[in-house]
Design a protein around this ligand. Structure first.
Ligand code: 4NP
Length: 152
């Protein structure tokens, strides 16, 4: 799960997905990272933590890290929160970029519509709740899609 700062959107995506993975007893690994490096080592934004907590998910122990080209070796799917994040991933990954592994997260809800999870960083709390809802729906669809494949 990748966004720019790894403090607002992708920590929520990691936390929500980890929660669903645990609920479904799936043997999946999820992690998150950011492309801009400004907040490496920091805990998620207090409003992301608050919105997660309201929904019964603790993301307080996460720490921001940089997205790396090596993530293309470690992970099967790389979900970007927005189109500008895909551009950054391309730039960071260089020759390691694998278009087949990179997806826009909201394509799992609105395929081909190129919908971004909006960056809540500059705005007030309602933006974080909206982002939570969008990511939660996408994660629900991912679980449905791939967990069903696993049991077939
Ligand atoms: P995020 O939000 O990508 O959802 O973590 C941002 C947080 C910080 C910055 C940009 C986006 N920043 O430029 O500091």
């Amino acid at each position: 799960m990748v966004c720019l700062g790894n403090i607002c959107r992708s920590p929520l995506a990691e936390g929500i997905m980890a929660h669903k993975i645990q609920e479904q007893y799936l043997n999946w690994q999820v992690d998150s990272a950011g492309t801009n490096g400004y907040h490496v080592g920091e805990a998620p934004h207090r409003l992301s933590q608050k919105v997660a907590a309201v929904n019964g998910i603790d993301i307080g122990k996460q720490r921001a890290r940089d997205f790396s080209a090596l993530d293309f070796e470690k992970f099967d799917i790389i979900y970007a929160m927005a189109k500008d994040v895909i551009d950054e991933i391309k730039w960071i990954a260089g020759k390691s970029f694998d278009a087949g592994k990179v997806k826009l997260l909201m394509d799992e809800v609105y395929p081909g519509k190129k919908v971004d999870v909006p960056d809540p960083w500059y705005g007030p709390e309602p933006g974080y709740h909206e982002v939570y809802k969008m990511i939660d729906k996408a994660c629900e669809n991912i679980i449905k899609k791939y967990a069903e494949q696993e049991t077939k």
